[in-house]
Design a protein around this ligand. Structure first.
Ligand SMILES: Cc1ncc(COP(=O)(O)O)c(C=O)c1O
Length: 372
């Protein structure tokens, strides 16, 4: 795995990250990385172009088996292949989960949260209940008591949109935490939708505990996973919803009618990564750890901020608690970060350190200049 030496070239390829803002800005915002994916992805694409026909596709025979093996080998979660429902993305999966349950009126979102955790309940016209995460040591932790009290106060059906590992904070939730969450949800007949797209980007070797490993199979849960974030192939929309409980699964499947298909190449790319991408992945984790150290070194020189990277992701959450114009300030100095407001904090910004070290160092230097 190697960082691209000159990621500005991405501007010529309609990259959301590089083509949205002026060329004078270094974009460290939307969560993709400035590197090529594992070689197996390029091979898979070559095979498809050599064949040269691009009609409607169907789920490849090995696709769910690749997921079953992956979850067993890397996350000790033994699943029935029938529990898998392929979807064109994790965010669409989150929306389908709510569309499938119109009776659910309330949605709890640990906050700060990846913005779609707020926009999806809003466009689905449900009431959002932010559950504030607090910084304990160097990680953002939820108050499980707050979740319980909120559920106690609600008289209509509810869901929890959970994110593990957490974007933007990088928290990897413990087994005890997930156990308490599952028990609380069960007592309140609450659906848990667990977005685990970051499960394979844990930098410090902790185990990822899938929600479905802890929850009983007859409890309504929807676990959303994808290989797209891990292997930097976000342009090939493909994800899976893993739904052990049959009624919840049937309702979810019904919402998929007349929705976009997964492109055959996206299926094939995901399957190839799950099978053959792991050597590349080991190198990626080392490269991300080096970049995270650069960000944490920068943080030491800025005690006015709480900088949280947690144990996973390639994101840093930079919280000032009082400066509302941080993202504009950094942008004026030529660094584009994600503003905190859509995440639920107007005094924070999120930095994506998935780029080459030279670009990252230059961005941190410009951020220093912005703060003078
Ligand atoms: C927590 C989380 N969920 C979902 C997504 C996007 O998923 P998809 O592209 O499969 O819709 C992201 C992308 O950054 C994310 O951070």
């Amino acid at each position: 795995m190697q960082w691209h030496p000159n990621p500005t070239e991405r501007r010529a390829h309609a990259s959301l990250k590089w083509s949205t803002f002026p060329d004078s800005e270094l974009p460290l915002w939307v969560a993709d990385m400035d590197c090529a994916p594992p070689p197996c992805v390029i091979e898979t694409i070559h095979q498809a172009t050599d064949h040269g026909i691009f009609g409607y596709g169907t789920e490849p025979k090995g696709f769910r088996h690749a997921w079953v093996e992956h979850l067993r080998n890397r996350h000790q979660w033994d699943i029935d292949p029938d529990w898998i429902v392929p979807v064109a993305g994790v965010v669409p999966g989150m929306r389908f989960a709510l569309m499938a349950h119109p009776e659910i009126r309330h949605v709890l979102t640990p906050t700060p949260a990846y913005p779609y955790f707020k926009t999806v309940p809003s466009i689905e016209r449900r009431t959002e209940h932010p559950i504030a995460l607090t910084r304990i040591g160097d990680t953002l932790e939820p108050s499980l008591t707050h979740i319980r009290d909120t559920l106690d106060s609600l008289t209509e059906p509810s869901a929890i949109l959970w994110c593990n590992p957490h974007n933007p904070g990088g928290t990897v939730y413990s087994k005890e935490c997930i156990q308490t969450l599952v028990t609380t949800a069960s007592k309140h007949d609450t659906l848990i939708v667990s977005d685990e797209i970051w499960a394979d980007l844990i930098l410090d070797g902790q185990a990822h505990i899938p929600l479905g490993l802890i929850a009983p199979n007859d409890q309504p849960t929807i676990t959303l996973m994808a290989a797209t974030k891990t292997f930097n192939v976000a342009g090939f929309g493909c994800a899976v919803a893993i739904i052990p409980e049959p009624k919840t699964r049937a309702r979810f499947q019904e919402t998929l009618i007349a929705m976009p298909h997964i492109a055959p190449l996206a299926y094939a790319v995901t399957e190839s990564c799950l099978r053959d991408g792991w050597h590349w992945h080991r190198e990626l984790i080392d490269a991300l750890k080096c970049n995270r150290s650069r960000v944490l070194d920068w943080a030491v020189t800025h005690p006015e901020f709480e900088v949280t990277t947690g144990r996973a992701t390639f994101l840093a959450w930079i919280e000032s608690h009082h400066q509302k114009d941080l993202s504009e300030r950094f942008a004026r100095q030529g660094v584009r970060l994600s503003p905190g407001t859509p995440f639920g904090s107007e005094t924070a910004v999120r930095l994506n350190f998935g780029t080459n070290p030279a670009t990252l160092d230059e961005a941190l230097r410009r951020m220093d200049a912005a703060l003078l």
